[in-house]
Structure formats: C-alpha cells, structure tokens
Design a protein. Structure first.
Length: 316
C-alpha cells in the first residue's frame, strides 16, 4: 500500500527488496509470462532477498555480489542456476539505475558461469516405447486410455507436456491430418508456447489419429473448446504430478530405464533425425525451436553417408 500510495522518488534510499518488487510489477505490466515471473520470485525468495533484501540498492558492493557467486559455487549449485541468479540480480540493478536509485550496477565485472549446451540426451528407442505403451492398461479407470494416448502423442509429435495439456479438440485437424499448437499450460498458468516459433502445426500420424479418435469416443468432453487430454473426472487439465507418477509406473512395469516425460520429446527428435526423409529444418519447425542450434542436438542421429565404408576404402 505504501508503494502504491507514494511511489519512490529519485534520490530516495530504496532497499533491494523494494526495487525487486517494483521491477516485477513492471515486467508483469509489460506482459511477461506468469511462469517466468514465478521463477523470478522463487530466485528472489530463496537466494537474493536473504542476501540483499534490506540493503539500500545503491549501497550493494561488487564484493558482496562476488561473495554470493562464491557461496553458490561452494554449495554445488549448477552452472545454469548460478548464471540465472546473477543475471536476475543484474537486471534489478539495471532497473534501479534507470530509476536513478543507484549510480552503477555492482554486477558489472562479476563473471557468470559458462553454460555449455547439453548434447547428451535421453530418449526411448522403438522397442522401449512400444514396451511402455503396452505396459499402460487402457481399461484401468479412469486414466488408462488417456495415459496411453498422451504418451503416444508426445512421442510422435514432439510436443511439450504443457502444450499437450493445453491441446483442445479444435486444434486437431482430422481432414488436414495436423495438430496445431497454440496454447500452453504450465504450473497452473495458461499461456502461449515458449517462443513465437512455438506456435506451429505438426503432422498427425495415422497411429496417433486412431488413438485420439478412440479417446474422443470414450470421453464426456467433446466440444471444440474441451481439452483433448482433460481429466476424465473434471474436464480440467491433468494434474502434472499424478501424470508423472503414472508414467514412471509404466516405465517400471515395462522394465525400461527411468526417463523424464520430456524425454518423449527427445524420442521424437531422434527418430525424425534418423529418418532420411526429414531435414533438420523440418525438425526445427515441428518442434518449435526458436534457434536452429537447439535442433542440432539431434544431428548425431542423422543417417550417415556410408562413413564406415569411406574410412575402410581410404585405408584399403
């Protein structure tokens, strides 16, 4: 209430906590995704506010920022976590400088960890995927049919879990044999896909179409605006944690190593890359990658040009 009734003025001694809260409000007004803001608040609550919350934003020193970076390193925090924390911290000070609450950004000169892209990805091969699908009992009420359909759709479209949970019947084009990705549902928030390229359409394989038709025939939620993978009890999005528990149960029953639900997306990427009919550009389009370099993690699975034979002949 105090911040609303009397906004801070130039020259006021503003604490880091107040500056952070006002920056979050500005980002919210600018349309930043709720999930992004929730991530920011988590970083503030667990790391930045305990360290800097009550300190005037203009009095934070570079040595204090470096001490935080060193502390996170000693605690064994991942490089990505440390980099995200320091990036958000710097963002607050840049905001405070624009408001003229501090003269400089104490994060300047503090080195952030280098993030190396992960090329070691996990996925299910063809036999493992079939074993998992067979392990899901479709007659088990009330989630058997929906679990089998969502696992198959994830593996054969490459859609993210949040995109699957937000999929509606109007997004399934039976005539054109395409699925259109327009919305996302993550952590209780509705939104758009991660990037503009995330809004896309993907070919609907015959096997997926048959499975979705069977699901539709057994569902009470058939309107265009109803969710494809709606809870069969409420019609609302499936509970994320419960879906993961049932997925892990299927993995165990199938005797397949434990992977994440997200690795079904990698299953699609690797299978497509291994096909001589699909280009990397087409995989980028289907998976909604903003950056082509992200798609290149699947390049190792592209069919080779008889490379083994080339080497044999060179030494023959």
């Amino acid at each position: 209430m105090m911040l609303r009734d009397r906004p801070p003025q130039v020259g006021d001694e503003i604490t880091f906590a107040v500056a952070a809260e006002l920056m979050l409000r500005e980002l919210e007004e600018l349309g930043r995704k709720p999930t992004t803001l929730a991530n920011y608040r988590q970083i503030f609550d667990f790391r930045l506010l305990p360290a800097f919350g009550e300190i005037p934003v203009g009095r934070v020193k570079r040595s204090q920022v470096e001490a935080l970076a060193t502390q996170m390193l000693r605690e064994g925090k991942r490089a990505q976590t440390r980099a995200n924390t320091l990036k958000l911290l710097s963002q607050v000070f840049n905001y405070a400088r624009r408001q003229r609450w501090c003269a400089e950004n104490p994060c300047w000169g503090v080195r952030r960890p280098q993030i190396r892209p992960h090329r070691d990805i996990r996925f299910l091969d063809k036999d493992e995927l079939e074993a998992v699908l067979s392990a899901i009992d479709v007659v088990e009420e009330p989630f058997g049919a929906i679990d089998k359909a969502i696992v198959l759709t994830a593996a054969m479209t490459g859609m993210r879990q949040g995109e699957l949970l937000a999929l509606r019947w109007r997004d399934v084009d039976w005539d054109a044999k395409r699925v259109r990705v327009r919305r996302n549902y993550v952590r209780g928030y509705w939104g758009t896909p991660k990037s503009r390229s995330g809004e896309r359409s993907i070919g609907l394989a015959n096997r997926v179409a048959v499975q979705l038709k069977e699901l539709q025939q057994g569902s009470r939620f058939l309107a265009d605006g109803d969710l494809v993978f709606a809870s069969p009890i409420t019609g609302e999005p499936l509970d994320h944690a419960s879906l993961l528990r049932r997925f892990r149960k299927a993995l165990k029953a199938a005797g397949v190593r434990r992977v994440r639900f997200h690795d079904l997306r990698h299953t699609f990427g690797t299978r497509m890359a291994a096909s001589s009919e699909v280009s990397m550009r087409k995989i980028q389009e289907w998976m909604g990658h903003r950056d082509y370099r992200t798609t290149l993690i699947y390049a190792d699975y592209e069919p080779g040009d008889d490379e083994s034979g080339m080497i044999d002949r060179a030494f023959g």
